[in-house]
Write a protein that binds this ligand. Sequence first.
Ligand code: GDP
Length: 487
Amino acid sequence: LVTRRGSAAPAHDRLLGGLLADGVDEISCHSRYQSASYRRRAGRQPSRYLVSKLRRHEALQRRCGPGTAAYSHAQEQLRSGKRSHAGAGSPACKYLVSISYRGLGNRILAAASAFLYAVLTDRVLLVDPSNEMDELFCEPFPGTTWVLPPDFPLTSYTNFSIATAESHANMVRNKVISTADVVQELPAFAYIHLDHDATGQDKQFYCDEDQRVLRDIQWLVMRTDSYIVPGLFLVMAFQEELAMLFPEPDTVFHHLGRYLFHPNNHVWGLVARYHDAYLAAAHQKVGIQVRVFGREPNSPELLEQITTCAQKEGLLPELHTAGPPAAITPPPAPPRRSKAVLVTSLKGWYYDQLKSMYWEHATVTGEAVGVHQPSHEEYQHFGAKSHDTKAWAEIYLLSLTDVLVTSSSSTFGYVAQGLGGLTPWVMFKPDNGSVVPNPPCGRDVSMEPCFHAPAFYDCRIKEGADPSKILPQVKHCKDVGWGLKLV
Ligand code: GDP
């Protein structure tokens, strides 16, 4: 096979080691099977157990999903608010409605987390279509839809919050349900509140006792903006299954993300055209994610942090800033090695500066460096489709690079690194905004996203504890000290 650069290379595995089911109509979703050919590295291999579990889960989604008799029946149960007896066994079809909100990175991480929870508990995953979750991606499950239908009986579910009486925490507090192993009636649904303001009681979701009672409730509605997966690893009832699904725990989002999130044809057009025009020909593609906020002034310190990081780590060549370059290094014979730098940022200033630097000065290695930035939206828009479309295309383009520098604590960067299978260099947040951190960046401990809102609690002894001391595969993040990530 001939690669996009014309050199011999192993065949691209369009099904990603069996992660993707074969036979889905390619016209409806070009990215699904084409994206592998845009990546130079094959990515990590899923376990055979994960592959077979995904096929079984797809069958569940088809058997119980919207449009089936089972779905109509379950919807009717919910509409009537009928309580059921625990111990009568789990309903044949159970559901998890995932409410994703905030920025696109947050939404993607929330949906991936909800999917893993759905897989672990044999629930059909349905995503809330508000916030463009129905528009940016192809359907992930062949032959059915993951979009929650508009006639969902809980009409105000998008307003569910910490105060909702049916939240699992409030129902436990008000003794509507009990986490003790007792015979009890169960409500038709429970709301799981895992937002940043979640209380200790909400976070008992990560305890086995709470999972036992939630197991038999037919409908769960979950709101989170986080990557809660490290929390799921702390539930003992899930640990054996997780170990079989993910013998390499640092690949959870890498697999789930590549399985679930396929850019729709419009977004894929943006990705593919940009990649082919500006990135494909380079010997190396370098991604630099510069997460800035609308009102922040352009920061020469941050620019210095970016260049020092990239040059110190050998990702970008240093520049001849004094004397005629030819006197120091003879120009290499063509073809020169080339680097394409993809900058993503809400602002254009950092890209402008980098581009000028590499135009105005020769590199000490003689490499040609091209700098590119697809858009600069200036500030974060909410609920604007074309804005989200660009954000998704840029996250995806970053994931196609060979090496990646990210900004700390950004879910935008987390998604890119996970999809790409890239362990990034993370730029540390300066303690004092005006001083460039030393070192400016460091290699992350894994490609997994960081869970920003974990529970510091050991369910077994019912006391505060540091979860990184409980499980060897759960560690603190480099970029968010209190956060947790899988390694
Ligand atoms: P986080 O806030 O960094 O964790 O990332 P999110 O993706 O959750 O939210 C940030 C949002 O701001 C994105 O979804 C975009 O809407 C916008 N945004 C931030 N940085 C960029 C960028 O580099 N390019 C584009 N197109 N949008 C961005």
